[in-house]
Design a binder for this molecule. Sequence first.
Ligand SMILES: [Mn+2]
Length: 475
Amino acid sequence: MRVFAICQDELVIRALDDVLIRSFEVEFLLEGGPLARRLHDAGIEVTTGDPRRVDTYIKADLSPSTCFIVENDGRRGIKKVLSAIRDAGGTLIYVLHTTKTTEKEADALKAEFPDVTDMTLPELIKPTLVTELSRSMTRARVQQYQRYFADADRVLILLHNDPDPDALASGLALRNLLRRTKTTAIIGAMQGVTRPENLRMANMLDIHVEQITPALFHDFERIATVDVQPHYFGGQLDRADLVIDHHPEQPGYSTVFKDIRADYGSTSTILTEHLRAVDVNISERTATAMLYAIKSDTLFFARHTNRVDLEAFTFLYPLADAALIRKMEGAEITLERLMYVTRASENGIMKDQVFSAFVGEAPREDFITYTADFFLQLEDVKWTIIAGVVNGSLIVSVRNLGYSRNAGEFVKRWFGQIGSAGGHRAMAKAVVPIERFREKFGELSGPAITARITDMCEQFLHETAVDKKKEPVAR
Ligand SMILES: [Mn+2]
């Protein structure tokens, strides 16, 4: 394809030539003079002529598939140039704005030449430049903590309780970044992995999570927490050396280094950037773990997804073992879990696209969260609220796919006073001692609990509708 460029600036011409020459046949139109000679001597294809005259383009023997790039530096009569190209039969016309054009000027140009495509130089440069600069800032940060950890004998990489794929993958990635082995950097947690799919991931990828108690913290010269911040450990860890997390930043601890990015979908996304910044070799095992983590923490980009999560995914994909990920995912469905799904479908209530169910006693929390996720897959279900009793506490797991109303606010509204309740728009959880639940809501059990949570949700969503109607009046 042929590109015919009408530019004035030497820098722009040289840059365009350099960029386009690999894919296109490029030619520059200049009015003559020393610049044209200089460029010609430098081996750049230059034609001389008046860019405002139709016959200049006719003489240049252009075809309808020729692409025109016209630089607009705000000085010359761009309209005359565009008219001449158009009159000579040019259709693929791009205007490259190299100075700031006012909206008025841009609109006027658009009105006269509706088929012309606009590009602005800053917008073209921005993505690459911003990526490069932030990568070099990340590089500096990573090199700092690498040095700080370098001389330590024993390092602890601490994860949250019942580590999930993101925590496990982040542990592996950080160990990689610290250039350590499993004997010099321990991946540990106060409570180990329990969910079957996470156990399967840990086994398949050979990730060993060591059981840690606060008394053991002193055995380590350096402590890093990933996918979690020290406040999580309830005062048992008031300082760390490094914190890498994607949950909102919390007060109440000190750390030497931290990288907390609450707008990222996973901690593995942050660590992918760290690995890329320092050009560390990423093993297939680490890439597989991280890819699985990003998929799982973002529910395969269904929630909380950021452009950077997609970029990390794209980067890791060719390095990972996709077949292994499919196997790990298959581990989600177990006979035991299907039992809770069955219970929920027998006892649940579906009302206004909200599915609620109380599933009774369960040995582990993940039976409840799994059931909540499961019913969210149903067509026409926008909220799922699944409750069950684990070790004497009522666990309420809420998933929200469509409603603008926040699942986290829902659990805080009803359970914040009597237990722990929190979460964000798409998912939330409450843990309430069953006796406190009964003190507040009455001696309920079985179907009565299902009915009560259905009412709670209806009332909560109704409150929102009323609030919204009120809004314009308040203004
Ligand atoms: Mn995470």
